[in-house]
Design a protein around this ligand. Structure first.
Ligand code: MBD
Ligand code: FE
Length: 306
């Protein structure tokens, strides 16, 4: 069939058959996606067995709760970021810390504190480096923003996230820090190790077919929000990781790379209340003022909460 015949058929089956209220937006998207799918089946001569294989794959991925992981791994989530950047540029919005993908592992409801939080439960302190991350939240002119909400989440020394990894305590390595009167946040935590897709999972199975690995560099996720400013979804990615520019989820961006400095100075260790050398990252955020013409910065999606 040619495209005209395909489009006519799709319309006959899914538009002309409507006998109840139609959600125009859903109809528009479904008709377009079906047309594009039928066209791909035509162009690539996709067999019936291959079509069923694809549907079974999506069913398995859904049952494994890996569709969010798949969206990250296939670059769909990064593509949406690039589109959001374009929409911002078109609306004349510039500046601010770059956005990058949320990923599938956020959990709402983390403990809140002002200015400072210890994020780890201590179970890894003996064998994983301690990490202090600190920085300021400012506007585009460098004015500090007190009381900004800094939500932080990251993996443990095995690359795993609490909640999804039931061997970790509740909200381990997840905190919400409100910036203090000085506009700053400080997180005392442990060095994250880069996540790897479950080797026997559905996402890795597809990546294998594409000859791709499923690894991320060591990174820390953030949501930053403050009244009057656009919500920022981003990450810092730690310099020196072999996957820094080979991230299976394409989240590393210029402006989002942080160096973890080694601190061994005894006085500084003592000042921090620590008893061994630690890693230190300074990471500041610049928020962009909300504006009427600004595209929505808040993304609606199902998120776990505990
Ligand atoms: C992660 O930790 C992550 O950040 C993304 C985007 C995908 C899988 C695991
Ligand atoms: Fe992550």
């Amino acid at each position: 069939m040619n495209r005209q015949e395909i489009d006519r058929l799709v319309k006959q089956m899914n538009v002309d058959t409507a006998s109840g209220a139609v959600d125009q937006r859903v109809q528009q998207i479904v008709v377009r996606l079906l047309g594009d799918l039928f066209q791909a089946i035509e162009d690539l001569d996709i067999s019936q067995s291959e079509v069923w294989k694809g549907l079974e794959y999506l069913s398995d991925a859904g049952q494994a709760n890996e569709l969010g992981l798949l969206a990250a791994g296939l670059g769909l989530e990064h593509y949406l970021d690039l589109r959001a950047d374009e929409a911002d540029a078109k609306a004349g919005i510039a500046g601010g810390t770059p956005r990058t993908i949320e990923g599938p592992l956020y959990v709402a409801g983390a403990p809140e504190s002002v200015g400072f939080a210890r994020m780890d439960d201590g179970t890894e302190s003996g064998h994983i480096d301690t990490l202090i991350i600190e920085g300021a939240v400012t506007d585009g002119a460098g004015n500090i923003i007190p009381n900004a909400k800094v939500e932080i989440w990251h993996a443990n020394g095995l690359g795993n996230y609490s909640f999804f990894d039931k061997s970790q305590s509740d909200f381990n390595l997840r905190r919400t820090i409100l910036t203090g009167a000085d506009g700053k946040y400080t997180a005392l935590t442990t060095m994250p190790v880069g996540y790897g897709c479950p080797p026997e999972g559905t996402t890795q199975a597809l990546l294998n077919k594409l000859g791709r690995h499923g690894n991320r560099p060591s990174h820390v996720h953030y949501f930053i929000s403050a009244p009057g400013f656009r919500k920022l979804t981003t990450q810092l990615n730690i310099e020196g990781d072999k996957y820094l520019w080979d991230d299976f989820a394409f989240a590393t961006r210029d402006g989002l790379i942080a160096a973890a400095a080694d601190v061994a100075d005894e006085a500084e260790i003592a000042r921090r209340g620590l008893d061994k050398p630690f890693k230190h990252i300074t990471f500041n955020f610049e928020l962009v003022k909300d504006a009427d013409q600004a595209p929505a910065a808040e993304v609606e999606r199902h998120r776990a909460s505990a």
